[in-house]
Design a protein around this ligand. Structure first.
Ligand SMILES: N[C@@H](CCC(=O)N[C@@H](CS)C(=O)NCC(=O)O)C(=O)O
Length: 217
């Protein structure tokens, strides 16, 4: 059955891989599933056809036969459950990998997302200048907590898993701010993720999309 995901027709980051379709593409590449992309211009996100896919009017979504999913974490989890390669066989290790998926999305990503909120959503507000250092401090706090985990380990818990895929994807979003580079072992962890052939294929496909070229995936 054909898998179709949605992505921005033109990603606001110009193809740096920060839009969340990249993590879904990466998971698809890791598990070796071919997919098609439905590129959507911004206005189409809020139209009824897309609101049927995702009531919040966002990308990415995932369609396969009569299954339609939204939320990048749920999509990655779906792929990890149905195909080998992203979750360990051992039941406890599997639960820990799933725990790291939630940690990436619930404990780390919200702090990083605040950069975008302060910069773009509240950019014209008088408090922006004072708020940004507080946002950066909260991110640093999280990174200080996460960092020891990756001092001696290549991945969060043994083999590379969907937990790493999401954590690397989330950490990547902090790189433009410069904070990631303050934590060399986290920056190295992200670089290990980016070096994976599956990531590189996913990145190239979303970049082609952002550049307006047809992404053959
Ligand atoms: N929690 C959602 C967030 C989805 C999300 O924020 N998508 C962004 C692109 S990365 C989007 O569609 N933004 C356009 C909008 O919200 O109008 C997920 O992980 O899939």
């Amino acid at each position: 059955m054909t898998i179709t995901i949605t992505a921005f027709e033109k990603s606001p980051d110009g193809g740096k891989g920060l839009a969340r379709d990249t993590r879904v593409r990466w998971a698809l590449e890791e598990v070796g599933q071919p997919y098609e992309v439905l590129p959507l211009p911004f206005p189409a996100l809020k139209e009824s056809t897309h609101l049927c896919r995702n009531p919040f009017g966002q990308i990415p979504t995932y369609e396969e036969g009569d299954l339609c999913l939204f939320e990048s974490g749920a999509i990655v989890f779906h792929l990890a459950e149905r195909h080998p390669g992203l979750l360990p066989e051992d039941a406890n290790a599997r639960s820990r990998a799933i725990m790291w998926m939630f940690a990436a999305l619930n404990s780390v990503e919200p702090a990083i997302l605040e950069i975008v909120t302060v910069k773009f959503v509240e950019g014209d507000k008088p408090w922006t200048k004072e708020r940004m250092p507080l946002v950066f401090d909260r991110i640093r706090h999280r990174f200080r907590q996460l960092s020891p985990r990756l001092d001696a380990a290549e991945w969060l818990d043994g083999e590379f898993s969907a937990g790493d895929l999401l954590m690397v994807s989330v950490l990547l979003r902090s790189r433009p701010s410069g904070i990631l580079d303050e934590f060399p072992n986290l920056a190295a962890y992200v670089a290990r993720g980016e070096a994976r052939p599956a990531y590189q294929r996913a990145f190239a496909a979303q970049l082609a999309q952002a550049m307006g070229k047809h992404a053959a995936v």
